[in-house]
Design a protein around this ligand. Structure first.
Ligand code: PHE
Length: 340
C-alpha cells in the first residue's frame, strides 16, 4: 500500500506540473482528492482494513501526500493567475467603478408620524404605542360603547373568531384606558398608530390608516386647553397660521364632543375636490373625557378632568402635500412615493 501511495503521488505531481488551465486543475483535484471517487480518498478509505501496526504508518504517509498534492495545486493555481495572457479573463479589475447603491427615503406617512411625534414631544407629551390587535373591551366597552350600542356601526371593523373577541382596533382611543389603568394624573400622552375599519374605500376613505391620539388628564383641564393644543400642533405642522372651526359632535367617550375642521389649504377655503367643495376639511374628533371612562380606568369620581382628540394622520399628510386620493398612500407605487 505504501508503494501504491508513493506512485500515486508522483503521478499526481507530474500531472499537476503539466497543467495549463484552471479547469484541468480542478479536474486533477477531483481525480485524486475528490470526496466520492478521488484515488487517494479511496485508498484512505481502505485504511480501516490494515493491521494495528501498519495503520499509523500508512495513515500518516497518506495524509502527508494529500497535503503535498493540495500544495502543488495551490502553487500551480497562483502561477496560472499571475502568468498573464491565458488566464487574464479570470483576473479582477479593481479599478472598475462599483455598482451604485440606490438610497431610499422614508414614506410620506412615516415622515408625518415623525414630525407629529416631534411636535408633541416638544409640547411635553410622552409618546406611547399600543396594540393594533385589540380586545372588544378596550376598543369599545371601556370607552362607554357597550354591546349593541348603535354607535358601534361607526367603528365597524375586522373581527377575529376567538373567545376574547379580539379585533383590529378602529381607533387609538383604547390607549386612553390602557394608560389610565397604569398611571395616575397628571397625564400628557400621544399615541400614533395604525387603525383599521370595515370601509368601502374611496378617495378619502381607507380600511387602514393612522390616528394621532392625544389626551391630557389633570385637575381643571378645560376645552380652552384642548383648542389651544390643537391649534399649536396644526400651526407647527403646516408652518403657517391654520384656520380651524369647532363643531359640536358625539362620541360615547367624550362629553361634550367636537369635530374640528380646518380651512382647506388646497384651495384656501374657496372649495375644491379635496374639501368636497365646502372649503373645510374634517380632520379630527375630540372632546372632554367622559366620567364613565374615568370610572372604567378606576379613577376617583370627579377628581380629574381631561381632554382627548384623535387626528387622522393620513388626511393631514394629504393636505400637506396636496394629495387628492388617500389610496395612493398605501399603493406602493414608486412613481408616487419618489415625489416626497
Ligand atoms: N377615536 C375617535 C374616532 O375614531 C376620535 C376621538 C378621539 C374622539 C378622542 C374624541 C376623543 O373617530
Amino acid at each position: 500500500m505504501i508503494n501504491q501511495i508513493k506512485q500515486l503521488k508522483s503521478k499526481a505531481l507530474e500531472q499537476i506540473n503539466q497543467i495549463k488551465n484552471k479547469a484541468d486543475l480542478d479536474k486533477v483535484w477531483r481525480q485524486y482528492l475528490g470526496r466520492q471517487n478521488g484515488k487517494l480518498t479511496k485508498l484512505l478509505r481502505g485504511l480501516k482494513d490494515l493491521s494495528v501496526k501498519e495503520k499509523p504508518k500508512v495513515g500518516s504517509l497518506a495524509n502527508q501526500v494529500k497535503q503535498e498534492i493540495n500544495q502543488a495545486i495551490d502553487i500551480k493555481r497562483q502561477e496560472l493567475f499571475s502568468s498573464g495572457s491565458k488566464v487574464k479573463s479570470e483576473t479582477l479589475d479593481f479599478t472598475l467603478p462599483g455598482k451604485k447603491v440606490e438610497l431610499g427615503h422614508l414614506h410620506p406617512l412615516t415622515q408625518g408620524k415623525q414630525m407629529a411625534a416631534d411636535i408633541f414631544l416638544s409640547m411635553g407629551f410622552e409618546i406611547l404605542e399600543g396594540p393594533e390587535f385589540e380586545t372588544d373591551y378596550y376598543n369599545f366597552e371601556a370607552l362607554n360603547i357597550p354591546k349593541g350600542h348603535p354607535s358601534r356601526d361607526m367603528w365597524d371593523t375586522f373581527y377575529i373568531k376567538s373567545k376574547k373577541g379580539e379585533l383590529l382596533r378602529t381607533h387609538t382611543s383604547p390607549m386612553q384606558i390602557r394608560v389610565m389603568e397604569k398611571k395616575k394624573p397628571p397625564l400628557k400622552v400621544c399615541v400614533i398608530g395604525k387603525c383599521f375599519r370595515h370601509e368601502a374605500t374611496d378617495a378619502s376613505h381607507e380600511h387602514t390608516f393612522y390616528h394621532i391620539e392625544g389626551f391630557v388628564v389633570d385637575e381643571e383641564i378645560s376645552v380652552a386647553n384642548l383648542i389651544y393644543t390643537l391649534k399649536t400642533f396644526l400651526n407647527a405642522l403646516f408652518k403657517t397660521e391654520v384656520k380651524i372651526r369647532v363643531r359640536p359632535s358625539y362620541f360615547p367617550f367624550t362629553e361634550p364632543s367636537f369635530e374640528v375642521d380646518f380651512a382647506c389649504l388646497n384651495c384656501g377655503g374657496k372649495g375644491c375636490p379635496v374639501c368636497s367643495q365646502t372649503g373645510w376639511v374634517e380632520i379630527l374628533g375630540a372632546g372632554m373625557i367622559h366620567p364613565e371612562v374615568f370610572k372604567q380606568a378606576g379613577y376617583i369620581k370627579e377628581k380629574y378632568t381631561g381632554f382627548a382628540f384623535g387626528i387622522g394622520l393620513d388626511r393631514l399628510i394629504m393636505m400637506k402635500h396636496k394629495i387628492d386620493d388617500i389610496r395612493l398612500l398605501h399603493s406602493s407605487d414608486l412613481r408616487f412615493i419618489r415625489q416626497f
